[in-house]
Design a protein around this ligand. Sequence first.
Ligand SMILES: Cc1cc2nc3c(=O)[nH]c(=O)nc-3n(C[C@H](O)[C@H](O)[C@H](O)COP(=O)(O)O)c2cc1C
Length: 369
Amino acid sequence: MKEIRRDDRYATREKYASLRGIREAARRKLSDVEWNYLHCGTGDEVTAQENVAAFDRYLFDAPLFTGVSNPDTRTTVLGYELTFPAFTAPFGGGETLFHPDGMLAVGRAAHAAGIRQMVPVAAGHSLEEVRAASPAAVIFQMTFCGEEAQVLDMIHRAKDAGYEYICVTFSPIRQWRERMMEDRFSIPGQGTPSNFGPGKSDIRMLEELLDFTQPRWTWEQAARVMAASPLPCIVKGVGSRKDAYNALKAGAAGLYVSNYGGRTVDRVPAAIDTLAEVREEAGPDVPIIFDSGIRRGSDIVTAIALGANAVALGRIAALGLAADGEEGVKRVLDLLRDEFWSTMGHLGCSTISDLTPAIFRRRGDQRPN
Ligand SMILES: Cc1cc2nc3c(=O)[nH]c(=O)nc-3n(C[C@H](O)[C@H](O)[C@H](O)COP(=O)(O)O)c2cc1C
């Protein structure tokens, strides 16, 4: 075989040459049922597909002779210095199906890549275990349901373990996921360590708390708990100007624009199409995290230019976990960062602050589309 030239960036010695290679490796490792669980949306999966397709409608302007040779991808978000503007998203419930190390592997990879991790309450490892595995584990995702005192107890526990922010989620009712119904697949309980105490897996416990006979939380309740919380709260699931207004009024320290990758309710708009109005409502200083549809580095460019301070990586990180545990997630993060860097350079952006709506191609005097 011909010797690979070391200076040839395309002739990489890495095990996975590209994100496509990671995806193919993940597909080989997972059963059909697990693959469907990773990818499924709700209903006809219109929102899940639109989340990704919408990125192709934001076209860049790459003017000649304005490129930058070594753009700086670093940024500071929520006080964290990140090597590029990303967190790993809280993906739980069945993440140990993808790899037994689950969130431990994700946290270690996030640390190695110089970013931070959001850790889901429903995970195969307790919040203390995940935190102990990696200093990147700084944000704890918590569903606001059940007794307020219990939720506050869990927040105190997360603080004691070393978490610094709470990612607040809200889930009114069971989601309609037809792929899982067709597979007759329920997420299995993930073993003994449970954030809700011994004897019950987190996912079963959450299902009980989300029993349809229980009343759902209101903004007033959320505001009360956020005010009493010893950790600042970032509200996830923001998808409109109204959500942004309500979350900030309720005391959110940051907004997290997301439709959970189209996994909660179908036929809501692509998340990326709601980002600009949320930024407009929030003003320039409120930290905004974005997810739902990030599949490559150029998607991160689009999200930052439309007003996000950082993105969160859901399915794309889960594919890395399925392909090769910590190493797979690390490779996903490296590839995303490098493509983000290359795209910034071609668009003439030296630093993150150069990523503004001006990078988009305009037709006549129309707004970017
Ligand atoms: C397998 C899987 C499990 C998830 N579990 C959770 C969870 O426990 N809590 C949560 O807030 N979001 C959860 N999410 C949603 C992600 O945090 C994120 O919002 C979503 O994956 C973003 O969409 P994308 O994957 O298309 O980029 C999950 C997503 C996936 C794919």
